[in-house]
Write a protein that binds this ligand. Structure first.
Ligand code: FES
Length: 342
């Protein structure tokens, strides 16, 4: 038994393929050479979030941090966990160019820098080896992530790129070291020159360039990475879009990338940055509280014609989404990426 699946994108394109009763929608899409954004393929990252408009389906196990009971009741699904019982019409929250029809094979890169930039936070810089087809070039949309894999192991984690596409093969990442994280343990022993595999970029957490609305970016810790990429691209292209960035950290020791943010503000006169320290341990004179608190204050003083971009731990994303919805922001204007501890 197989069913017709129709994916409708935000720019009103449609993709059709068939899916058996034994396949997930993600598997069937890939079998049809369509690659909607994905990462874990196990229901824990939320990269494949979509909404089913019509049809019946079952959902294999998933984390309620990325798909709440309320969201399920409204038809939200994870493509990697959805098994059809009828034909399905699914709406995806991104444009057709986020569904590539082929995917490049993993590329080898060397670690060229690995520096502590804040408490339990490192900046990892990789240099790609030249590829016979692509040379050193590495193309992606600012906001996307790649999966990094330790060669010869099953160790693989997704991280957002913190720099912009370039012809030099340089890739930058901000990474929070997790107590129990396997990749974090690897990084703590890694040495300059060590190789990693870099999988093809994926993800739909990219700017809605059709929108002229002011943008509000909310970053939890290393959730800053995709925003650095977006803002660097804006600076490179001279696109000075009104943007408010809130960066949330637990204590002052976790504040990162202040020089980079100051440089971006030099280039982007309409960029405002507020660092939010939840539990300061010194006489911190800046904002005290979470970026969710800061967003609440901000939306009380600004109208609801804002595009909201959220990146960080699932709890921050859920809290900020709720504040934005309560303030009257349209759900379609809230874009989010959740970080899974690794
Ligand atoms: S790819 Fe579906 S939840 Fe991660």
């Amino acid at each position: 038994m197989s069913y017709k699946i129709t994916l409708s994108t935000r720019d009103k394109q449609q993709f059709e393929f068939t899916c058996t009763a034994e396949q997930t929608v993600q598997e069937a899409a890939e079998a049809a050479s369509l690659y909607p954004p994905f990462s874990c393929k196990s229901g824990i990252c939320g990269a494949c979030l979509a909404t089913c408009k019509t049809g019946k389906y079952s959902l294999a196990s998933y984390s309620d941090e990325v798909l709440s009971a309320e969201a399920v009741a409204q038809g939200d699904i994870l493509l990697c966990r959805t098994i059809p019982k009828t034909d399905l019409h699914i709406s995806v929250p991104y444009t057709a160019d986020n569904i590539p029809q082929h995917i490049h094979k993993p590329r080898t890169a060397q670690i060229i820098a690995l520096d502590n930039i804040a408490e339990r936070t490192v900046k990892l810089v990789l240099q790609l080896e030249a590829d016979s087809e692509l040379g050193l070039a590495f193309d992606f949309e600012p906001g996307q992530f790649v999966e990094l894999e330790v060669p010869g192991t099953k160790l693989m984690r997704a991280y957002s790129l913190a720099n912009t596409p370039n012809w030099d093969g340089r890739l930058e990442f901000l990474i929070r070291l997790q107590e129990q994280g396997q990749f974090s343990a690897f990084l703590q022993q890694a040495v300059i020159g060590q190789s990693l595999l870099v999988h093809a970029p994926s993800g739909a957490f990219v700017l809605n360039k059709q929108s002229a609305n002011p943008r509000c970016f909310i970053a939890g810790g290393t959730g800053l990475s995709p925003f650095l990429a977006m803002l660097q691209r804006a600076a490179e292209w001279g696109e000075d879009h009104p943007t408010q960035l809130f960066l949330g950290v637990n204590t002052e020791a976790e504040i990162m990338c202040q020089a980079e943010l100051a440089a971006l503000q030099q280039s982007l006169s309409h960029l405002a940055v507020q660092i939010c320290v939840w539990k300061p341990v010194t006489d911190w004179s800046g904002f005290i509280g979470t970026p969710v608190d800061a967003l609440r204050n901000y939306l009380q003083q600004h109208n609801s014609t804002q595009d909201i971009y959220l990146c960080g731990p699932p709890r921050l994303v859920a809290g900020a989404s709720e504040i934005a919805l309560d303030a009257g922001i349209d759900k379609a204007r809230i874009y989010s990426e959740r970080f899974v501890a690794s």
